[in-house]
Every structure is written in structure tokens, then in C-alpha cells.
Design a protein around this ligand. Structure first.
Ligand code: FA5
Ligand code: MG
Length: 425
């Protein structure tokens, strides 16, 4: 079970990732499909929409340090423990994250690098990277996506707070003239408290700086009339929502109203002092945010399917330049073809939906468009569970024959039998 296929070029008991070999163990669940995509670095490809969007954000934060080449292989300790995640946090589960082995995983968020970057002495920085989460399969979910982390810290004293207050005045002035409507929540509440070691007045000032700074970023990204954003009679709408993250308090999410829908853009908050203590900058206080590039790019460029970012088709890639955000012109959509598979699961071998999806992704690659469970029942006498999944296959680049889809489906079935001992019905 969770066997790494022999297509990965490594000694038995090892897996090769980005040119180095790592021992596997009983929790290894990284798949060849994921390993093959690790060197892609879409956020660094000239003229790729994700790269252009990153540069737009970097130019907005032009006086920040810009980082983008840290390794995706991290320890679970750094990804979770160092950021105050509780032991039982669901993100740690093998069903939700990709593990190379017990001590090494693919980062699930860019926050994993906060401690190291703060420790290196940077007090205002952006970091862009690929992040990895096991998930369902559809047009807006992909197991790899890209985040930009941003952070700014100030001296936790009167001089630092004077700096914050001045910056707040500058940003408030700038936003007052802009075509933007902001739905705010209080900076600090009983359910979204300031931290015990923080002077609440300092925490208020920093939370306000975070909000003003991000409102101004939203204006840069979504405020232009040319891209269907704000117009004189329809201002940009930004909504702040109370949130929870183990490594910030108070915490917030930001949503933007764009083309008729509220779109979740980012998570953010006042950095937990434990993070800054670990980074040896206990005398500082500040904020951080993490935003997802794909969702923003899909909206700004009108890209309808998240798999397109991974397309090597010239009809996709040649449409973009590194100068500006343009509207994607869809080329003909090829027909899709669905296949169902019904099977009895084994009681002694758990099969999570994310396990099912990883088998499909591993066999079908980007030829899978979505996967849905269409039936599930438990036999009253034998107590066995039967599942039925519908897999929708479609190529974005060419027409896929029914024979080819059948061939892929057969491989999916034999992998399910082999890895999870299922009995096909
Ligand atoms: C985080 O990852 C936190 N590290 C963000 C953060 C940073 C909070 C710093 C506080 C301080 P979350 O899991 O909500 O949080 O993801 C952040 C953003 O990434 C989301 O708002 C969304 O834009 C994007 N995102 C999350 N999951 C996906 C996904 N499956 N596909 C595409 N984008 C996603
Ligand atoms: Mg979220």
C-alpha cells in the first residue's frame, strides 16, 4: 500500500526527489505524479500568469525583500510545531498532506518559512512558493498551488509604534481618495484577541497597518477598470472577516467582490510572539499574510480550469506576456468522457477520498477533470462498504479517444485493487 511506483528512479526503500534520495517509511504517500511536477516552478516561468501576478504583487511591495527559491521539502516540525499548530490539527494527517517520510514532507503553506526569514534579519519581505495539499479533483482544486507570504515587523516600542502610526496615516490618506468600499470588523474582539504579551494598543496599530496595507494591495490587483474591476459607479468591495490561525492573533481573512461573487483571497493576522521568539526577534511585533495566486489569476485572466496553469500547449502559453494581465481566449474545448467504478472497500485498509484521487491523478495526470463520489452504501448483513466514483476525463489540448480513456480506467482499477485491496463490482 502507498507503494511508490518503480518509475521513480531510486534504490529500494528510497525515493528520488529533486535529484536526491530519501528513505521511505510507513507514512510515505508522495506520488510519482507529484514528484514529476516539483521542478516546474511555474511562479518563475517568464510570462506565465502566476509569475506575472507575483511580479505585480512584488512591485506593489517594492521596498520589501522578495524571495522565491526555497525548497518545498520541509520537516513537519517546521510546517506545524514551530508555528504553534496543536498535535491533533487535521492538516498533519497523511490524508491531507504529502509525506516523504516521518521527518520530511512537502510544505502545505508558505508560512513554514516565517521563522527562518525573520531570523535572517529581514523585517519586511514577500516569499512566493509552490505548496502541496492532498485534495479532491475538480476545476478549482489541484494538489499543487502557489502562495505569496508577506510580512512586516516593527520594533515593539514607542519608536516602532510611531513608525506604524505614520504609515497608517499615509495609507489612510491614499485609500480615502480611492474607489473602494471596505466592510471591516473590529481589530480585536473577545473571540479574536490580542496576545497576552502584547500591549493592546500596539496590537491595534499593527492590525490596522495590516488591513490598510492589504486594502491597498487589493486596489492594485482588482481596482483597475480595464479588467472588469472597479468603475466610478461600482467601487471595489473588500470584506474583512474574523478568522483563526494557530500562528496569528488576532487573525483575519479577506474577500473581494468581483464579477458577482465573493472570492476568498488570503489569510492574515498579527504574528504570534512565539514565532518571533523562535526567530530571535523577540523585541519585534508585526503582521503576516498568505495569499493564493491561482484563485486570483483565474479571476483576473478568466482562466476557467486550474489545470491550465500546468499546460505546455502553445495555444495557452503564447497568449501571455510578462508585462500585463490579459484576458484568456479559450481555444476549443475537447469532449469529455466519464467512467464509473464501483467497488467494495476492505475494512482493514482505509481508503480516504484523497487516496482515491491520488491514484487517479497518478495514472491519468492532467487528463482527469473531476472526480465525484456518486454512491456509497453499507451492506446491512456483511457490513461491507461499497463506493461508486465517477471519473470525468478530458484533455485540454487534444481529443481523447474512448479507447484511451478505457485504458486509463483499467489502470486506475488495477491500482485500486493492488494498493487498497478493493473488490470491483
Ligand atoms: C494559510 O495557508 C495560512 N498560511 C495563511 C496565513 C499566512 C495566515 C500568514 C496568517 C498569516 P489558508 O489555508 O486559508 O491559510 O490558505 C491561504 C490562501 O491560499 C487562501 O485564502 C486561498 O487563497 C489559497 N488556497 C488555500 N487552499 C487552496 C486550494 N486548495 N487551491 C487554491 N488556493 C488555495
Ligand atoms: Mg482558508
Amino acid at each position: 500500500r502507498r507503494r511508490i511506483s518503480s518509475s521513480v528512479n531510486a534504490r529500494p526503500g528510497f525515493v528520488e526527489i529533486l535529484g536526491a534520495q530519501y528513505p521511505t517509511d510507513s507514512i510515505t504517500n508522495i506520488t510519482p505524479a507529484i514528484i514529476a511536477k516539483l521542478p516546474m516552478r511555474l511562479h518563475a516561468r517568464p510570462a506565465h500568469p502566476l509569475n506575472t501576478l507575483r511580479h505585480l504583487i512584488e512591485s506593489h511591495y517594492s521596498d520589501f525583500a522578495h524571495l522565491s527559491s526555497l525548497s518545498p521539502l520541509v520537516s513537519p516540525f517546521k510546517n506545524f510545531d514551530e508555528l504553534s499548530f496543536p498535535q491533533d490539527h487535521p492538516g498533519r494527517a497523511v490524508t491531507d498532506s504529502y509525506y516523504v517520510n516521518r521527518d520530511l514532507m512537502l510544505r502545505t503553506h508558505t508560512s513554514v518559512h516565517e521563522v527562518d526569514v525573520f531570523r535572517s534579519g529581514k523585517d519586511r519581505w514577500l516569499l512566493t512558493a509552490d505548496v502541496y495539499r492532498r485534495d479532491e479533483i475538480d476545476g478549482s482544486h489541484y494538489p499543487i498551488f502557489h502562495q505569496v507570504e508577506g510580512a512586516r515587523i516593527f520594533p515593539a516600542d514607542v519608536s516602532g509604534m510611531k513608525e506604524v502610526a505614520e504609515d497608517n496615516a499615509r495609507l489612510r490618506h491614499l485609500l480615502a481618495k480611492a474607489n473602494i468600499v471596505i466592510e471591516d470588523v473590529p481589530h480585536i474582539t473577545a473571540t479574536n484577541p490580542s496576545q497576552p504579551t502584547h500591549d493592546p494598543m500596539y496590537s491595534e496599530l499593527v492590525a490596522e497597518n495590516l488591513k490598510l496595507s492589504l486594502n491597498s494591495l487589493m486596489l492594485t490587483l482588482f481596482g483597475g477598470p480595464g479588467i472588469g474591476g472597479a468603475t466610478p459607479d461600482a467601487p471595489l468591495r473588500v470584506r474583512w472577516i474574523e478568522a483563526y490561525f494557530p500562528f496569528t492573533s488576532p487573525s483575519f481573512e479577506v474577500e473581494v467582490f468581483f464579477r458577482g461573487k465573493w472570492l476568498e483571497i488570503l489569510g492574515s493576522g498579527v504574528v504570534r510572539q512565539a514565532t518571533l521568539d523562535t526567530a530571535n526577534v523577540s523585541n519585534k511585533l508585526g503582521w503576516a499574510f498568505g495569499l493564493g495566486l491561482e484563485r486570483i489569476a483565474m479571476i483576473l485572466y478568466s482562466i476557467p480550469d486550474i489545470r491550465l496553469f500546468w499546460s505546455t500547449d502553445e495555444r495557452f502559453l503564447s497568449q501571455f506576456t510578462d508585462k500585463a494581465i490579459t484576458t484568456f481566449q479559450p481555444y476549443s474545448k475537447y469532449p469529455s468522457c466519464f467512467k464509473d467504478v464501483s467497488f467494495w472497500t476492505r475494512q482493514d485498509i482505509p481508503l480516504h477520498e484523497n487516496d482515491f484521487c491520488d491514484v487517479v491523478r497518478d495514472v491519468a495526470g492532467d487528463l482527469v477533470e473531476d472526480v465525484k463520489q456518486i454512491d456509497s452504501f453499507c451492506h446491512p448483513k456483511t457490513n461491507r462498504t461499497s463506493l461508486c466514483y465517477r471519473i470525468n476525463y478530458r484533455s485540454m489540448d487534444r481529443s481523447l479517444s474512448n479507447e484511451e480513456a478505457n485504458e486509463i480506467q483499467l489502470q486506475v482499477i488495477s491500482r485500486l485493487e493492488e494498493q487498497f485491496g478493493v473488490e470491483i463490482r
